[in-house]
Write a protein that binds this ligand. Sequence first.
Ligand SMILES: [Fe+2]
Ligand SMILES: [Fe+2]
Length: 332
Amino acid sequence: MAGDVITEMAKRLCRKHPDAPARTLARRLVRECNNAITIDQARLRIKRQFGVHGSMHRNRLKPVAARPARAAGVSYAMPKSAARPWEPHVMNVLGPVGILSDVHVPYHSEIAVAAAVGHLKDQNLSALLLNGDIADFYRISRYTKDPSQRDFKGELSDVRTFIEWLRQEFPRIPIVYKLGNHEERWQAWLWEHAAEISDDPRMSLRAWLNLDKHGVTLVEDKRPVMLGKLPVLHGHELHGGSSSVNVARGAYMRTLSTCLVGHSHRTSNHAESDMWNRETATWSTGCLCDLRPDYARINRWNWGFAIATVHKGDAFDVQNFRVMSDGTVRTA
Ligand SMILES: [Fe+2]
Ligand SMILES: [Fe+2]
């Protein structure tokens, strides 16, 4: 009977440590049964439970933790993961935060930008969030380019001027600049044309746009920006896209979470209440660019921007605004 008890002990050890070397578990088995068996007997029992004890008993005994035979002393470790951590950017801020996106400088609408910035300047903002596609980067896109359009140097210079102007309009509040798909053209273009120096900090968008000089924080890598409990995305991060009849509902269907997106150039709101009456709401904001670009003359875009007010405890309220063709600001 003693043999049965020790076999049960061997089974337990093999189930608990299926990747441990057989010799290590055999030593432990000898110790746990107070030297009632020898190390060789213990090793045989352990190997039986791993199903690597030779062909004679293999069909007769059912191992509890079958594994392929391995050379003595060899154990395999899981390879290190190459995945990098991906965390949201948390803006520790209370009060109203202005959210502007899809300006597409130098193809911005002067009427829309003036209306949005003018309205936000009257709100005593705590911070400003530039939610992607602030720059167009037309000349470095993958699409066919009209050679008569602005040169890339000119485009970059206009984006730099736009940031300088924004800092002048909002001199004392934090400004966060989250990259959209149009700004990502910069990295793609660098990898294609100057891969060898693409990781030099002097080649970064931060350096080219003088963001450090103007105290503008850059958010890259498609990371959401948290305004209290509200995740803000540009919109191109959503796998499969969010464009649908109602963009905000599309964003809900992709995330099943409260969120605010830009990118689709259309203002919309959506809310759901689950069986526990928990509310989930999503918003999409309009753009501040030319509404009739040559690549999309007819579209359903509209001008707009938003304010998210963060309260103590991270609760928040969103006001989604539309800008009319004459520059009047209306709630959506
Ligand atoms: Fe856009
Ligand atoms: Fe976009």
